[in-house]
Design a protein around this ligand. Structure first.
Ligand code: SAH
Ligand code: SF4
Ligand code: F3S
Length: 398
């Protein structure tokens, strides 16, 4: 039996697809080169903007022919949309067999095999939903337990990556799960669950094992990677400590980390980045807006002046560092004056690159509940293009 995984969304999903592929290979399935040759197709999905969800629904719709031709096949939706949409997916695409959220990946192989067996034996075929608890209305301890940390062996894929080393991307290592920031526009805390930092020994052992298999570049990933904190008795381990530990590994050449949050970038972290030759002098720290009013409505806990000070601090400690950022334009109530403040910030900070997104309402988030999406599509588009232009003109080349 062959499987195919289509991945959308951020690096969290890229990593999850890699882990899922490994688990499926270990369970006896083979990767299919072509999607339509597969017996099992999985969509690893993203919910961050409406457009990302629309893309999945239309791609799923196009699989009807494949599904009709292969009655014993299994179609699954995994990733953030699975957690957010749950049974809505079956309503919109009735031939989907299961949905399984990012906190339940450890149950993936078993779920796929159960469904394949049911299909082959012709027994009753029930749709399956495997998700973590909903963040709203659940007890914190139950919630944490329901988002199960998932770090299985991924030897099989690493071997593949190794055969392709020239073009290989850095290996992704998750150091923390979830997010506790609750930016008012963002669905991530609801679909990825509460913040949980992984045990440092486990992270370093994973890096060592990957390096033994030929990996030379790694990226530590987390939604707010600089809030990584692991407490064990009297000992506290932070991101800077992980960078020092990983740097000691012979054979490892390059270390990067994403995504940063503008609060809590402390001196120790800056010094670690400055002093450790293996660590890239790069910070991806999304500002989102340059207007204090908008930042307040977004529930980001800093002002534009504080963000500027942060970039000043980074450039003064590490003059050759490169900064990248994300921005949302057309957030609820954003006036021309407020948008101009974002333009000013982009001009000031000399980002190497900025990723610019038009605000997209996410049902279930605070901003969807309390604000109106009152900036027209035309204005969002104009501001998006304008900011891109400003970014291009002011881009720092380092
Ligand atoms: N954890 C990261 C990134 C999360 S999602 C962070 O905190 O910055 C990646 C980017 O998508 C965000 O930085 C934001 O710019 C954008 N984004 C998130 N929700 C959005 C929404 N509802 N509409 C438009 N863009 C959004
Ligand atoms: Fe979303 Fe904010 Fe968390 Fe980033 S920090 S994932 S934007 S809630
Ligand atoms: Fe999308 Fe989930 Fe990442 S919503 S941006 S795939 S954490």
């Amino acid at each position: 039996m062959r499987f195919y995984i289509e991945t959308l969304g951020c690096q969290m999903n890229v990593l999850d697809s890699e882990l899922a592929a490994s688990a499926l290979i270990r369970s006896g399935l083979t990767p299919a080169k072509d999607k339509f040759d597969a017996d099992v197709i999985l969509f690893n999905t993203c919910s961050v903007r409406q457009h990302a969800e629309d893309k999945v629904y239309s791609a799923l719709g196009r699989l009807k022919v494949w599904k009709d031709k292969k009655p014993c096949s299994v179609l699954g939706v995994i990733g953030c949309m699975a957690q957010k949409e749950q049974k809505n997916i079956f309503h919109r695409v009735p031939f989907v067999d299961f949905v399984l959220g990012p906190g339940s990946l450890d149950a993936l192989a078993e779920t796929v095999h159960q469904l394949l067996d049911e299909k082959v034996s012709g027994s009753r075929q029930a749709k399956k939903i495997v998700t973590a608890l909903n963040r709203k209305g659940s007890l914190h301890s139950d919630l944490v337990e329901s988002y199960r940390l998932y770090n299985p062996d991924r030897t099989q894929n690493t071997a593949e990556r190794q055969s392709n080393r020239e073009t290989a991307h850095p290996a992704l290592i998750r150091i923390m799960f979830g997010c506790n920031q609750f930016c008012s526009y963002c669905i991530v805390p609801y679909v990825r669950g509460p913040e949980q930092s992984r045990m440092p020994e486990e992270i370093i052992a994973e890096v060592q094992s990957l390096v033994r298999q030929g990996v030379s570049k790694i990226t530590f990933i987390g939604q707010t990677v600089n809030s990584y904190i692991y407490r064990d008795g009297g000992k506290t381990v932070k991101l800077a400590d992980l960078l020092y530990e990983a740097s000691k590994i012979t054979g490892l050449e390059e270390i990067d980390f994403v995504t940063g949050y503008p609060k809590g970038v402390d001196e120790t972290l800056l010094q670690a980045v400055r002093d450790l030759p293996k660590v890239l002098k790069h910070f991806h720290i999304p500002a989102q807006s340059g207007s204090d009013n908008v930042l307040k409505r977004m529930n980001r806990h800093y002002t534009a002046a504080e963000y500027r000070e942060l970039t000043d601090r980074i450039y003064s400690v590490i003059p050759n560092s490169s900064l990248t950022s994300d921005f949302i334009v057309g957030f609820c109530g954003e006036t021309d004056e407020e948008f101009e403040k974002t333009v000013d910030l982009v001009k000031y900070c000399r980002f190497r690159n900025s990723f610019i997104f038009k605000y997209s309402v996410r049902e279930g988030t605070k901003s969807a509940e309390i604000y109106e999406d009152d900036v027209s599509e035309a204005v969002k588009k104009y501001r998006n293009n304008r900011l891109l232009e400003v970014q291009k003109q002011g881009a720092c080349q380092s």
